[in-house]
Design a protein around this ligand. Structure first.
Ligand code: SAM
Ligand code: DTB
Ligand code: SF4
Length: 334
């Protein structure tokens, strides 16, 4: 019998589907038990996002505003200058973010572009923020270079189940994604990998996506669960909305399968009520994207999020750490 602290990598689809089918209250109770065995349930990790290179992407991801293959009216931009990235990171830090994530609309970075991004990573690190980047597929030598440059996290999502994948993306394979994750893991960089719900996939697809994530040789340290942001002009615009309680169930199962990972309530919060977000936190989500913008779409205002945290008694991780440091300084001074 496994205790609440054990990590498993051998989940079957049937076991995961059985969890998804539990009575809602039983499922949330189990998720809370697992969550409390590994985390302070009243603490939340917050990451801010910046698109450092927007639009004109050669991939055809059916959900994405940035694919050159979809007419979404998005203004394309070149790689941002370093100063712009540093100002955005400073602003994110001032609002309480502990991690700064930079995303580029590339299929994969060239070695030359990678060096430019590395300058950004180092400048953001020097501000005292954790760093995360998402640049598309990486080769092994590129992952090693990023590790050597001090990168903390690399985000690369599986997005959906291997079976549904072909209905969403045709320009790269599910296996390509697993290969990139393996390169990141082998280089010793923390892995951030999750997916998107509400793309018209079935419950079995959701179970299979979570199975793929949970059965990786090591669980991703961070698991972003996005709710599809429907962007006009993308093939997935107009997809039937997912039942919000099904979204909460999937988050709860992610928490149970990957007990020690941060599960991030990611894109889609702009459309969620405070009550829905509270349920997501109860289901074991303990991380969010924080700041008015995701990559190309809106996210709730930080004031609104601060108010929600206050109402729920949630503390942002960076704030707790700042308080601890401040308390130590006071103790030393006193
Ligand atoms: N181009 C890189 C790549 O695809 O690997 C990095 C950026 S890409 C925008 C990062 C992730 O954001 C995608 O894998 C997807 O999971 C998520 N994403 C993109 N557009 C989204 C949308 N409209 N709604 C929800 N999630 C989205
Ligand atoms: C992730 O899982 N979600 C973020 C981040 N990783 C890079 C991106 C969400 C994008 C939402 C749509 C947009 O703003 O373009
Ligand atoms: Fe390009 Fe990434 Fe968007 Fe796919 S998700 S179209 S790879 S920016």
């Amino acid at each position: 019998m496994l205790d609440a602290l054990s990590l498993r990598h051998d989940w079957s689809r049937e076991e995961i589907e059985a969890l998804l089918e539990l009575p809602f209250n039983d499922l949330l109770f189990r998720a809370q038990q697992v969550h409390r065995a590994h985390f302070d349930p009243n603490r939340i990790q917050v990451s801010s996002l910046l698109s450092i290179k927007t639009g004109a992407c050669s991939e055809d991801c059916g959900y994405c505003s940035q694919s050159a293959k979809h007419s979404t009216g998005l203004e394309k931009e070149k790689l941002l200058p370093l100063e712009d990235v540093v100002s955005a990171a400073e602003a994110a830090k001032a609002k309480g973010a502990s991690r700064f994530c930079m995303g580029a609309a590339w299929r994969n970075p060239t070695d030359k572009n990678l060096e430019r991004v590395i300058e950004m990573v180092q400048a953001v690190h020097d501000l005292g923020l954790e760093t995360c980047i998402t640049l598309g597929m990486l080769e092994a030598h590129q992952a090693q270079r990023l590790k050597q440059a001090g990168l903390d996290y690399y985000n690369h999502n599986l997005d959906t189940s291997p079976e549904f994948y072909g209905q969403v993306i045709s320009t790269r394979t599910f296996q390509d994604r697993l290969d990139t994750l393996a390169h990141v893991r082998q280089a010793g960089i923390n892995v951030c990998s999750g997916g998107i719900l509400g793309m018209g996939e079935s419950r079995t697809d959701r179970a299979r996506m979570l199975q793929e994530l949970a059965n990786l040789p090591k669980h991703p340290e961070s698991v972003p669960i996005n709710l599809l942001v429907q962007v006009e002009g993308t093939p997935l615009f107009g997809t039937d909305a997912l039942d919000p309680l099904e979204f909460v169930r999937t988050l709860a199962v992610a928490r149970i399968l990957m007990p020690a990972s941060y599960v991030r309530l990611s894109a889609g919060r702009g459309e969620m009520s405070d009550e829905m977000q509270a349920l997501c936190f109860l289901a074991g989500a303990n991380s969010i994207f924080y700041g008015e913008r995701l990559l190309t779409t809106d996210n709730p205002d930080t004031d609104k999020d601060q108010l929600l945290f206050q109402r729920l008694g949630l503390q942002m991780e960076a704030h707790v750490e700042t308080e601890v440091k401040a308390a130590k300084t006071c103790a030393r001074a006193g």
